[in-house]
Ligand binder design. Structure first.
Ligand SMILES: Nc1ncnc2c1ncn2[C@@H]1O[C@H](COP(=O)(O)OP(=O)(O)OP(=O)(O)O)[C@@H](O)[C@H]1O
Ligand SMILES: [Mg+2]
Length: 474
């Protein structure tokens, strides 16, 4: 393996890496850094925890040191927490430059952000929605001289998932110069290669790790087969076991909805596990505070939705538990990639119900690895089953009595407005649809009733006829 200096990086950057304990480049760094320094666009697809961030931060800092001005580089990323993490890497590695950065994410004061942006920071790290808002609302925001446009978790930014970034990306792409270097990184680029090539424009340098296996070798990938109703008991049992055997391990639990995230957190707390949550319905300051408490080991267990599935680098995470089997292999890859990073070991356990077996099959196919069963003593699980289920129900009731559902509605409306939809109109449409469905169901019920009645009449008639025939015969 080459040393950093041989990749064309200046001595001061090599020293900065050393200070961070980084002495040898990882393959994605070894391959992408020289191409970026040469001025090429670059697409890097490498496994989770393999150092993709430094692969773009280092060459950008080198180029910035040669010709410093603001705004020099714009980094886009799908989540707010990730934006802070990336900015932190720029700050640490770029300290000798007196680097000025600006983080532009939703949930934070827009006026303060606008003010910071006007001071021409060298690096802007942003989530697309909020940056697009600034561009729409302020025509003095000048992005015309940007030299680097970076999309971290690039495939997610192009996906039309529950948060759709495509419209915001269009707004952003319309204000950055055509003559620029575009760098695209993710552990799962391949599904979106063509669209990404179009963004990169100048026949990009493409690097992908060769191995067929999409997850890291150091990760022990397990599953536990469980009936839906016993799932929570398995979860509590597993956590108890890890807490008993490895006091210093941190655990991330992924679940599918904000509500479930909240309920699981409440439930695990009732069992005295030091648990904290992270989901998109929380206030932004609370999100940051919770993540900080988890990172600093004040809380050892984090229950999160997929908002925490990508990019987050928390070295203490030893275990990832999927409370629900992810519907897409790529979500699985990112979730389990929160452990076993940078050469460390880690375990992932996916709770699989009878309805999820096909999902596991497609995950295994994609990652080219078979998940192994994680041995669990069922007797121990059954012992706590009733207690866990009662506790869950209590937590559900407690949550229902708060304004959680109401907040959810407000957030949904906010999201609709951001997507350019009218929430009242949408509600009317939803109600109409529900009415139609109800009507259909009712008429179906009536038809069934008529059929049943007719059947009854026919049977009666048949019975009468048989009796009459029998009487005639006798
Ligand atoms: N050359 C290196 N040697 C050792 N550790 C490194 C090296 N480069 C980066 N790291 C460390 O590896 C960890 C993971 O890096 P990073 O977050 O960039 O991974 P990633 O490839 O972006 O993963 P993900 O796909 O999950 O976002 C970080 O803690 C980082 O400091
Ligand atoms: Mg990353």
């Amino acid at each position: 393996m080459a040393a950093f200096a041989s990749l064309g990086l200046s001595e001061w950057l090599v020293q900065q890496c050393k200070q961070m304990g980084i002495t040898r480049p990882t393959p994605v760094q070894e391959n992408c850094v020289p191409a970026i320094l040469e001025g090429r666009d670059c697409m890097g697809c490498a496994k989770t925890g393999s150092g993709k961030t430094a692969a773009f931060v280092l060459p950008v800092l080198q180029k910035l040191s040669e010709d410093p001005y603001g705004i020099f580089c714009l980094v886009l990323t799908p989540t707010r927490e990730l934006a802070y993490q990336i900015a932190e890497q720029f700050r640490v590695l770029g300290k000798p430059l007196g680097l000025k950065d600006c983080i532009v994410v939703g949930g934070m004061d827009m006026v303060a952000q606008g003010l910071e942006l006007s001071k021409k920071p060298h690096i802007v790290v942003a989530t697309p929605g909020r940056l697009a808002d600034h561009i729409r609302s302020c025509d003095t925001l000048n992005m015309k001289r940007i030299k680097f446009l970076i999309l971290d978790e690039a495939d997610r930014l192009l996906e039309q998932g529950c948060t759709d970034f495509t419209k915001d990306l269009e707004v952003i792409l319309s204000v950055v110069p055509a003559k620029r270097q575009t760098l695209l990184f993710s552990a799962t680029l391949t599904d979106t290669l063509q669209e990404l090539r179009n963004i990169a424009m100048n026949e990009p340098f493409f690097w992908e790790n060769k191995s067929e296996i999409r997850t890291v070798e150091e990760l022990d990938q397990r599953y536990v087969l469980t009936p839906e109703k016993v799932k929570d008991a398995y979860l509590v049992h597993l956590i108890q076991k890890f807490q008993d055997e490895h006091e210093d391990w941190s655990i991330m639990i992924f679940t599918n909805t904000c509500k479930n995230c909240q309920i699981l957190t409440m439930m695990l707390r009732e069992f005295n596990f030091p648990t904290i949550s992270l989901h998109s319905m929380m206030k932004q300051r609370q999100r940051f505070a919770n993540l900080a408490k988890f990172k600093s080991n004040v809380f050892k267990i984090l229950v999160a939705t997929d908002v925490a599935a990508r990019g987050l680098d928390i070295p203490t995470v030893q275990v990832v538990i999927n409370h629900n089997t992810p519907g897409l292999p790529k979500i699985y890859i990112h979730r389990v990639g929160r452990t076993a990073r940078a050469g460390r070991n880690g375990v992932s356990i996916t709770l699989v119900t009878q309805y999820d077996i096909h999902l596991v099959k497609s995950i295994e196919e994609k990652i080219q690895t078979k998940l192994k069963e994680y041995p669990v003593e069922e007797k121990e699980v059954l012992k706590i089953l009733t207690q866990v289920n009662v506790m869950r129900r209590q937590c559900e009731i407690k949550l229902e009595s708060t304004d959680f559902g109401e907040k959810n509605e407000i957030n949904k409306k906010k999201q609709m407005i951001l997507e350019g939809k009218d929430p009242d109109l949408e509600e009317k449409r939803r109600n109409k649809l529900a009415k139609m469905k109800k009507g259909k169901k009712e008429s179906k019920g009536r038809i069934q009733e008529i059929i049943q009645k007719k059947k009854g009449k026919m049977l009666k008639k048949k019975g009468k006829n048989t009796r009459e025939t029998a009487a005639g015969l006798s």
